[in-house]
Design a protein around this ligand. Sequence first.
Ligand SMILES: NC(=O)c1ccc[n+]([C@@H]2O[C@H](COP(=O)([O-])OP(=O)(O)OC[C@H]3O[C@@H](n4cnc5c(N)ncnc54)[C@H](O)[C@@H]3O)[C@@H](O)[C@H]2O)c1
Length: 331
Amino acid sequence: MKICAAVIGTGIGLKHILAIDGYKNSKVIMVYEKNKSKVSKLKKNFPKIKFVESENEIFSEKKINLVSIASYDNYHFKQILKCLKKNINVIIEKPICLKLDELKKIKETLKKSKSNITSNMVLRVNDLFLRIKKEINPQNIYYIEGDYIWGRKEKILGWRSQIKNFSFTLGAAIHMIDLICWILNDKPVSVASFGNNLATRRTKFKKKSFLIYILKFPNQKIVKITANMVGIHDHFHDLRIFTNKSTYVHNLNKTFKIVKENNKLRKINLNYNYPDKLRRKKMIQNFIDYLKNRKIKQMITKNEIFDLMSICFAADDSLKLQKEIKIKYLR
Ligand SMILES: NC(=O)c1ccc[n+]([C@@H]2O[C@H](COP(=O)([O-])OP(=O)(O)OC[C@H]3O[C@@H](n4cnc5c(N)ncnc54)[C@H](O)[C@@H]3O)[C@@H](O)[C@H]2O)c1
């Protein structure tokens, strides 16, 4: 199968172009970027790509069999539906949509479509997290804490402060929730969320910019996650995994595991690659591999994507209703 792709949006979308174009006989033939002032420079950098004036030019081009959507969150839902109705495969940036009703509609439409879908949960291809997942038997884990410290306060004030249903659960915590469910190979039963806007209350960002979630998993496992958008800190995924045999620690200073030997604690440095940004394109490339050969294992399945969204919606409900919420997964 020859991939003829289009990309919508050229922020992180630029990385999508680089991941797709030239990979195993795949080509990006069209891009839609709505900010016209960006387009002339892009045309110089990508002379072989056609920069179109409207997204509909993409959906009416018969050659296109893959669309990679990296527009603002509020456009994702409609753009996905357009792809599914035309049986075009979709790579969708997180979050795939902003409301539970939209998620249900996507699921329904996907059932009737020939399209395949993936979402760009890039932490799954990170060397450090891949190796940690391989080393730990999830049955031995009793507690994980993961802090996604975004550290990009100024970015909050752009489109993220203008979109009605925007949330940092869907915009950021989603990565940490996905990472931890993937490491545990399980999904939570309930979630309780709390948050504040102390660091942003005098700005135009009116939602919570610091969020904390307690997720209960089967067999009494507990996970604590924070999405800390405003911390004066490097952009970082801080992680501690407690098992009954060892503790894994990944923080700004060091990555190591702690084991107990002859009644003494021993710290073993882990020289694994993080943030390992060069590998991120592998998430998109794995989807292309899958489109070409359905025997290839997908790094994330569509059911995992829908379950992840259900967890995020429950987490935001908990924040709003101020109580622990049992998570309902779509069938
Ligand atoms: N998976 C990840 O790690 C990751 C990282 C960054 C961003 N994202 C997601 O990617 C999306 C874009 O975020 P970003 O950081 O690239 O934002 P950005 O502001 O850096 O860039 C977005 C670009 O897309 C264009 N655009 C927006 N909506 C469009 C539309 N409907 N049609 C055509 N062009 C459109 C904008 O003009 C802009 O140039 C968001 O949904 C975000 O959550 C995911």
